[in-house]
Design a protein around this ligand. Sequence first.
Ligand SMILES: Nc1ncnc2c1ncn2[C@@H]1O[C@H](COP(=O)(O)O)[C@@H](OP(=O)(O)O)[C@H]1O
Ligand SMILES: [Mg+2]
Ligand SMILES: [Mg+2]
Ligand SMILES: [Mg+2]
Length: 421
Amino acid sequence: MAMSSITAVARLVHLTPSISSNPKPFLSPKPLFTLFSLKSSSYSPIISSSSSLNSSSSSSSAAAPNSSIRMSYDKQLAAAKKAASLAATLCQNVQKGLLQSDVQSKSDKSPVTVADYGSQVLVSFVLQKELPDQAFSLVAEEDSGDLRKEESQETLQRITKLVNDTIANDGSYKVSPLSEGDVLTIIDSGMSEGGPNGQHWVLDPIDGTKGFLRGDQYAIALGLLDEGKVVLGVLACPNLPLESIASGNQSALNKASAGCLFSAQLSCGTYMESLEGSPPVKVHVSNTENPEEASFFESYEAAHSSHSLSGSIAKKLGVKAPPVRIDSQAKYGALSRGDGAIYLRFPNKGYREKIWDHAAGYIVVAEAGGVASDAAGEPLDFSKGRYLDLDTGIIVTNRKLMPALLKAVQDSLKEEVLPSL
Ligand SMILES: Nc1ncnc2c1ncn2[C@@H]1O[C@H](COP(=O)(O)O)[C@@H](OP(=O)(O)O)[C@H]1O
Ligand SMILES: [Mg+2]
Ligand SMILES: [Mg+2]
Ligand SMILES: [Mg+2]
């Protein structure tokens, strides 16, 4: 990250006449939502206290940066949950009344909306407010380049208003409203390169922007890297129901939903709660060993992942159920609670995966007992900067199914060549 922008954001956040004096730890209190009606056997209720989050035994697979000493990331996890929840509120409000003028096209032709930018501002703002004593480095998807153009003035005004309204309605931060310049500066606080040293937040402010535009699934995905390893992750999935969306139960996707918040910390397991506030429940991946019982997730967008390749892998493996196609890292969340057992992702050859598209989802699944690798069976390496450096595709499943899945993937890849970009 350019030092100037770190300094500017630090100045902005620390010198704003404000004080986060409100002791309220999370967003405005809402009625507690009980999870006793959850159907999946992989959900188990836990006591909702931060100490319970730390003391629970874990099915972790990710290696700790210093494996002999377990670092605690409790404060960072609490800040990440608050940041993602506040960003989800903004996204939900925008999705209710999305205007055509809210959507722009980036230079790679992918869509970006006022909510992507607003979410990035809120997450960066909240993390810096909640963790004022910690060095701040953020690797995030969006930058302010397009918003600085003359024709984007109105869009920038709308983002600024959305952010200020969300902060004011939440009430946790007594700050004077952010200016448009502040908003641009905070967006550019996400330009860190990440890498193998130190701590870096990794943010996709809206993962699944195409799903967001369709009114389907999307996620605010926030992870933390420490010495190149993902050590915590939060996935806010505002349109994901608390009940299972397993193949055959996809009607659940069409019901109005409170939305889910998944959170995971290294060696502490993965938890799910309602975005409206509910006691977290510990979740586990499916433990099926039988591919005939396993169903799989893949992208809704065929341009993001070859549906024909995953179809042939599933057939080779003996999977019977049709694929569940949904957008975003909500797939990792659904997998972590056992709604399906496999996630397959095969972009066109030449496509470079970004770390913010996988970091939070990766630890949410790993801490729930799952495992993710590339098609060569290598674990995902988040220490190489903004991109993941991997061999053809990403596959995610439980430990028992991984060997057979890997074989089916490698056999299918020999038969089918992915198109080049
Ligand atoms: N051609 C392509 N192949 C693979 N992934 C792509 C892609 N174009 C965009 N994406 C990524 O796919 C993500 C959405 O994943 P999914 O298909 O699982 O919903 C997008 O995230 P954003 O929506 O944050 O831009 C984007 O990073
Ligand atoms: Mg995008
Ligand atoms: Mg994304
Ligand atoms: Mg995005």
